[in-house]
Design a protein around this ligand. Structure first.
Ligand code: ADP
Length: 263
């Protein structure tokens, strides 16, 4: 009953965003002239080879990276969920960890227990709040990081390759958690190098050398713009896929990724 309809409110807008860093031998431009919007409640996947600028884009979206040029408009808090939960956890117990984040966001003390419990439940972290962090499994630690992000009232979550360091069953759990959150109305930005995860996305943004090389549906990414973007991906479409290939490489192939056998 808490499921919200997909709305097209724009929650993030990047206009001509360029990010450059000073390096030893000059200036390194990592993102160039990025034009991108994110709609409330959508799942936007960000793909690209190593070094293409995905993490930097994620950091811009979460407002933790400065931009050298261009405009960033974001109308509400954005939180990041990283690869390595240990790097994010600061408390000794689940509750303490959730409180650290809430304190930074000036959540009243009296509000904290309720918010903490609600965030843990949404993130699928079903342990008592006084559980010591050191007793959590890797997957539970990741859920704690997700709960921390939710507890500060963020409904936009930017996940930076959250599945890159975990086994397939853990991966599945994280994906399912993100999918549940999306169904509750959360906006998901999902940075990944795993093509099979694009099946969860409403839209795919592909980066190449700091530029947006493609924006469109997963169907268009795998099979080319001529493919019906509303068609389900999967074995039934293998025929369509090979027809598209005959017409030229799909964006996925052009960017050097192997199209997965999506189920
Ligand atoms: P990806 O996540 O796609 O691997 P990143 O956004 O992490 O790409 O990095 C893109 C490029 O920018 C890389 O070559 C990286 O070395 C460079 N880079 C990222 N951050 C900095 C920084 N603070 N200073 C200099 N170079 C950086």
């Amino acid at each position: 009953a808490t499921t919200q309809p997909y709305t097209r409110d724009r929650v993030v807008e990047l206009d001509g965003v360029t990010v450059a860093f000073h390096v030893q031998d000059g200036i390194r431009t990592v993102l160039r002239d990025i034009q991108l919007t994110v709609d409330a409640g959508e799942w936007l996947a960000v793909v690209g080879k190593n070094g293409s600028g995905k993490t930097t884009l994620a950091r811009v979206l979460a407002r933790v990276s400065p931009v050298s040029k261009g405009r960033v408009s974001i109308d509400r808090p954005v939180q990041m969920v990283f690869q390595n939960p240990d790097a994010q956890i600061v408390g000794e117990t689940v509750f303490e960890d959730l409180c650290f984040g809430m304190e930074n966001f000036d959540v009243p003390q009296t509000e904290m227990p309720r918010r903490a419990a609600q965030a843990a439940a949404l993130a699928g972290l079903h342990v008592p709040l006084d559980t010591p962090v050191e007793q959590l499994s890797g997957g539970q630690k990741q859920r704690l990081c997700i709960a921390s992000a939710i507890a500060v009232a963020s409904d936009i979550l930017v996940w930076d390759e959250p599945t890159s360091m975990i086994d397939p069953s853990g991966r599945r759990q994280i994906l399912d958690t993100a999918r549940d959150l999306r169904q509750q109305g959360f906006t998901i930005v999902w940075v990944t190098q795993r093509m099979e995860e694009l099946a969860y996305a409403d839209r795919v943004v592909a980066l190449s050398e700091g530029r947006i090389a493609f924006v469109g549906s997963p169907g268009e990414f795998f099979y080319g713009p001529a493919a019906d973007p509303t068609a389900p991906t999967g074995p039934a479409n293998a025929h369509t896929a090979s027809e598209e290939n005959a017409a030229g490489p799909s964006p996925c192939e052009a960017l050097g990724f192997d199209a997965p056998y999506v189920v």
